[in-house]
Design a protein around this ligand. Structure first.
Ligand SMILES: NC(=O)c1ccc[n+]([C@@H]2O[C@H](COP(=O)([O-])OP(=O)(O)OC[C@H]3O[C@@H](n4cnc5c(N)ncnc54)[C@H](OP(=O)(O)O)[C@@H]3O)[C@@H](O)[C@H]2O)c1
Length: 276
């Protein structure tokens, strides 16, 4: 896939949320890269950036052939904190640049009242400086819905490249996806497998069987056919490898409609009510 500035972003991304720091994370990241993933998604709050960096080094692939994302945690919002937090992530990863740096969650009105927008704008301004300084190649948002995004779109010198949101059947986030498409912002899907919860769904199992694929393949394929880039996590080598094999089949229109019609479900927090 491609970002709005022409920068290539590999699909799918490999997720590391809840991947424990230490050997489990080092091994998962190394095995993912050896299996063929070139896009790794981490975040300061996952507490595993050191292990992600070590896994990358153990895989032995040149840094320039990889796409590494990290995210600014909520306690570090604001101009100066953002600059410091990015340097800390780079230090922990043992890297001298990130391909993508995201604001992990918007400051919201519930927690910050009328100051929320100003905090998000100050944070974005620092993100732009990180690009100017060459520490970050691309910047974007995560968990930003249209109301959080509007002030940034109005003020930005550098448009957000990405919005990373919870996205899977049962949570298709139509308004956010429509705004992103209109603005040329790539939507990345977190929890594309519904954090594993959708893997037992009978409708998806039937569609998977019809193609001789797994339910995970159907869920990842569904994202891509909707123009959304999935980030998929596993710590098991077999699953890490298997999850890559979803590009060799196509869901037909009837199947896409059936999948889109699955009942509403959300595995994570809503950005307007999150208070962490
Ligand atoms: N920006 C944000 O706020 C945000 C929030 C959440 C996630 N994310 C990012 O998005 C990534 C993906 O989301 P996620 O980790 O929440 O969920 P996910 O990728 O939808 O699902 C991961 C779960 O599914 C299991 N799994 C994976 N492949 C499987 C397979 N083939 N068969 C059976 N089970 C399988 C994994 O177990 P095992 O590991 O045990 O195999 C894990 O429990 C994260 O890792 C993170 O990088 C971002």
């Amino acid at each position: 896939m491609e970002l709005n500035n022409g920068y290539a972003i590999p699909c799918p991304g490999f997720g590391t949320f809840k991947t424990p720091d230490g050997d489990v994370c080092v091994d998962a990241v190394r095995e993912a890269i050896l299996a063929g993933y070139t896009h790794i998604d981490t975040a300061a709050v996952y507490g595993n950036e050191r292990s992600v960096g070590e896994g990358v080094r153990q895989a032995g692939k040149p840094r320039g052939e990889l796409f590494i994302t990290s995210k600014l945690w909520n306690t570090e919002r604001g101009y100066d904190n953002t600059l410091r937090a990015c340097e800390k992530s780079l230090q922990d990863l043992g890297m001298d640049y990130l391909d993508l740096y995201l604001i992990h969650w918007p400051a919201n009105e519930l927690q910050f009242g009328s100051k929320a927008t100003g905090i998000n704008l100050d944070t974005w301004s620092a993100m732009e400086r990180l690009v100017d300084e060459g520490l970050v190649r691309n910047i974007g948002l995560s968990n930003f819905y249209p109301s959080h995004m509007a002030p940034i779109l109005a003020a930005a010198n550098i448009a957000p490249a990405v919005d990373q949101i919870e996205y899977h059947p049962g949570l298709l986030q139509e308004e956010t996806v429509a705004l992103c498409k209109e603005q040329g912002i790539l939507v990345e899907a977190w929890s594309p497998l519904g954090r594993g919860r959708l893997l037992e769904d009978a409708t998806l199992a039937g569609i998977a069987a019809a193609h001789g694929k797994s339910v995970a393949h159907v869920l990842l394929r569904f994202c891509v056919q909707n123009g959304v880039l999935p980030l998929v996590k596993s710590v098991h080598t077999e699953r890490i490898r298997e999850n890559l094999n979803f590009l060799d089949f196509t869901l037909n229109a009837e199947e896409m409609t059936a999948i889109a019609g699955l009942p509403e479900t959300r595995v994570g927090s809503h950005p307007d009510t999150a208070t962490f």
